[in-house]
Ligand binder design. Structure first.
Ligand code: KIV
Ligand code: ZN
Length: 395
């Protein structure tokens, strides 16, 4: 099995399904170019048949993106597939991603189709898509609530028709890590031609397990593609967050043993671009891309980090595109962090007793505020006579 993990970004498709996250064509092109700069393997640019706007955006992205594969979603019918193929025409490398639901609930209540009809429709869709591109992905929607025997039968047939990526969507975010990994592992074991396809994880975060489920699918299920979105955008509670999946695989290479092609130094810029365009603010304590993800507040942590970064940092802030990790001065800060910040601000202290006096006043100030800004620190230093004595600068 390959040790390369394919990163499939669906910010522009499933991500745009977040209520309120709709994007214009130009905004989508900007995001797609940034995803390409970050070296995402596959960019799902939209759902061509869903609207003229989506069609045009996919076409423009297909014309602008050169290295990543550009993909369009399509329902398992002739019109959708032709529309996707048309939108993808300008692409250097294109993929059609076709899907149909396979759970009894969806087939009966939503599609109003029999399992036999779904089976035939899935085969036909992949056959049609293969007329346009040799890169075809098939998704049995609501996989995690589908009957195993039926799923095996459908997937064997679509692989025979030429689907080379089999995506297993946990459409409603119902799965748990062990169960989802076992589902993918068993599908790979039971389907006779499974070795002709890459298995893919697509997880929703309704129970907060999208990233954990995706990583379990890779580690114990043998999936080699993860579908994810920047800042975890996506339908309802969202998809697995790209930045979390990527940094988990990179940081814990000892555990996952997988290669990824992503330029991780582009992660923060991409996150901020998506946040600015969609208006979805990133929470400060969000893993990897939150403003506090590399900030240290506790005095004990600050002291540790100043002595050796890896005492409290498992990733380097610079590796994901932050300029550096931050020490935030506040009531929990110790003398060491206080001294360091004064020095960084150009306020070298002459004696330990001067430092003691200033530190006592700093603690009194910090007790009244949550954090102490550089301006407040400079004012305090001035009050203690530090500026005059040392001729320190304030910037
Ligand atoms: O969640 C889902 O089932 C999907 C499919 C269309 C892949 O987004
Ligand atoms: Zn989805």
């Amino acid at each position: 099995m390959s040790d390369r993990l394919i990163i499939f970004d669906t910010t522009l498709r499933d991500g745009e399904q977040s209520p309120g996250a709709s994007m214009t064509k130009d905004e989508k092109i900007r995001i797609a170019k940034q995803l390409e700069r970050m070296r995402v393997d596959v960019i799902e640019a939209g759902f061509a048949a869903s609207s003229n706007g989506d069609f045009e955006a996919i076409r423009a992205i297909a014309a602008n993106v050169k290295t990543s594969v550009v993909c369009s979603l399509a329902r398992a019918n002739e019109l959708d597939i032709a529309r996707a193929a048309d939108a993808l025409k300008p692409a250097n490398r294109s993929r059609i991603h076709t899907f149909i639901a396979t759970s009894a609930l969806h087939m009966e209540k939503k599609l109003r189709m029999t399992p036999e009809q779904v089976y035939e429709q899935a085969r036909l869709a992949v056959r049609l898509a293969r007329n346009f591109t040799d890169d075809v992905e098939f998704s049995p929607e609501d996989s995690s609530r589908s009957d195993m025997d039926f799923l095996c039968r459908v997937l064997e047939a679509v692989i025979d028709e030429g689907a080379n990526t089999i995506n297993i969507p946990d459409t409603v975010g119902y799965a748990v890590p062990e169960g989802y990994a076992a589902l993918i592992r068993q599908l790979r074991q039971r389907i006779p031609n499974s070795d002709r396809a890459v298995f893919s994880a697509h997880c929703h975060d309704d129970l907060g397990m999208a990233v954990a489920n995706s990583l379990a699918a890779v580690k114990s299920g043998g999936a080699r593609q993860i579908e994810c979105a920047i800042n975890g955008l996506g339908e309802r509670a969202g998809n697995a967050a790209l930045e979390e999946v990527v940094m988990a695989v990179k940081t814990r290479r000892d555990y996952f043993g997988l290669e990824i092609g992503i330029d991780t130094t582009q992660i923060v810029e991409t996150s901020q671009l998506v946040s600015e365009i969609t208006g979805f603010v990133v929470q400060p304590n969000k893993a990897v891309v939150g403003a506090n993800a590399f900030a240290h507040t506790s005095g004990i942590h600050q002291d540790g980090v100043l002595k050796a970064r890896d005492t409290y940092e498992i990733m380097r802030a610079e590796d994901v595109g932050w300029s550096a990790s931050r020490i935030v001065l506040g009531k929990l800060s110790g003398r060491n962090a206080f001294r360091q910040r004064l020095q960084e601000l150009g306020l070298p202290l002459g004696s330990e007793s001067e430092l003691d006096t200033a530190f006592v006043r700093f603690k009194a100030l910090a007790d009244r505020k949550t954090t102490v800004s550089d301006d407040a620190l400079l004012a305090l230093a001035r009050e203690c006579g530090i500026v005059g004595t040392h001729g320190a600068r304030s910037s």
